[in-house]
Design a protein around this ligand. Structure first.
Ligand code: PEP
Length: 244
């Protein structure tokens, strides 16, 4: 279960959040728990989560280790402060910051190289779903991005299926719609990396997951977890999603 705080909260709010959140999920041993916070809040998040089960991640990284790339943050920088995860290719990055399948691959390779666990996002836009192109879009994103990884590299990747029309809109994909897309992605993985990889890859659903719809989504065997934006910003709300 991963939370994506997007561009919300300051350092003080981060500490206050974890003071409430960590005890609420202390006994939640059924899943990994990660919060991906804005870069400047990562030290506060790491200090506040301490030795708890809650891990911390970035929302992006640049593929070079260091260099003249003003405004960017590298994988080794995230690792050095204690991050374990990183979100890559979120639709907001694809939409507003010109992220492409090619740069998603570069960032994923950079994350893997320094030991970060990448959560790689894929998903179709509304017009692509309405024109019956969901599966084709997912295939293009997979083939043009993470399908270039070696089997050993791919085994460390978590995929997030996030239909763009469901992110931050309050419109959740129905559990059946989400499961269909997950099945398709799993099929792509199986075709490329084999049946064991297809079964083992963790695929999260993201798009307006809330405490009142998480149970239905998680009842689908195809759905391994959730990537949660808005509903991860409040400790009780995200804890009730984690503890669905
Ligand atoms: C997200 O940011 O990845 C996301 C799924 O957002 P929301 O839960 O707010 O739709």
């Amino acid at each position: 279960m991963a939370g994506n705080w997007k561009m919300y909260k300051n350092a003080g709010e981060t500490t206050a959040y974890f003071d409430k959140f960590v005890p609420l999920v202390a006994a939640s041993a059924h899943c990994d728990i990660a919060i991906c916070a804005p870069f400047v809040n990562l030290p506060a998040a790491i200090a506040a989560t301490g030795a708890s089960r809650v891990e911390v991640g970035g929302q992006n990284l640049y593929w070079a280790k260091e260099g003249a790339f003003t405004g960017e943050i590298s994988g080794p920088m995230l690792v050095a402060i204690g991050c374990k995860w990183v979100i890559i290719g979120h639709s907001e990055r694809r939409q507003y910051f010109h992220e492409t399948d090619e740069t998603v691959l570069k960032r994923t390779l950079a994350a893997l190289e320094c030991g970060l666990k990448p959560i790689v996002c894929v998903g179709e836009r509304l017009e692509e779903r309405e024109s019956g192109n969901t599966e084709a879009v997912l295939k293009t994103q997979f083939d043009g991005g993470i399908a270039a990884l070696t089997p050993e590299q791919f085994a460390k990747v978590t995929i997030a299926y996030e239909p763009v029309w469901a992110i931050g809109t309050g419109k959740t994909a129905t559990p059946d719609m989400a499961a269909d897309a997950h099945r398709h992605i799993r099929g792509l993985v199986t075709a490329k990396y084999g049946a064991a990889a297809g079964q083992q890859v963790r695929i999260l659903y993201g798009g307006s997951v809330k405490p009142d719809n998480v149970k239905g989504l998680m009842a689908q065997p195809e759905i391994d977890g959730a990537l949660v934006g808005g509903a991860s910003l409040e400790p009780a709300s995200f804890a009730s999603i984690v503890n669905f």
